[in-house]
Write a protein that binds this ligand. Sequence first.
Ligand code: PEP
Length: 250
Amino acid sequence: MRKKIVAGNWKMNNDLDQTIKLINELKSLITDSKIEIIIAPSFPFLKIAVDLTKDSNIEVVSQNVNDNSNGAFTGEVSISMLKSIGVNTTLIGHSERRAYYHENDELLLKKLNLAVENKMRVIFCFGEELSDRKSEMHFDVVKNQLKNTILKLDESSINNIVLAYEPVWAIGTGETATSEQAQEMHQFIRNCISENFNEEIANNIAILYGGSVKPANAAEIFEKKDVDGGLIGGAALNASDFFNIIQANS
Ligand code: PEP
């Protein structure tokens, strides 16, 4: 049985006081949960977030990680640094990393391999641009993104990967994929996993949808058979919105 997950990507939002406030609000709302709840604050606040969530159902993860183990990479953060403060999961491949920091499939595969080697769980993000969807190339684009990255990993490492399908045109735009579009793509992704690895792996891997998920549309998306939860941006910055989205997947 696949685990249901709701993950909040805080992006470059919230200073120290706001981070503490939001975590405390979430903790008072989330007293008991059958699903996995994840938050991804910014690097400077990960340690305090880990400490604050110690006795809760909330896991703290990072938004990014470097593709090298250590060394002369000014401004970067390594897997071992994250692990040393109790962060054992990271996002990799978010569309904003791809678009603004030119992270391509080759670099993302390097990050994935390093994460796998170091037993760091990964929430791997991917998805097509609006132009790809308009030209009906979205399945090809997504298949290629997978082929160049997670489908190159070996079978034994896949159980430490969560997938997050995030159509770029739906991220932060207020325009969500319909639940049918989400289901259609999630099923396609699961088929790609099954063809490349096997059916058992495909049935066990969690695939999250991300792109303008809000309390009002979450339930409809999450009830689809191949949608195991969501990666939430804007709505994760408000405790009651995020809580309502969690409830919609419970
Ligand atoms: C995201 O950043 O991954 C995301 C889905 O953002 P939003 O929910 O704001 O579209």
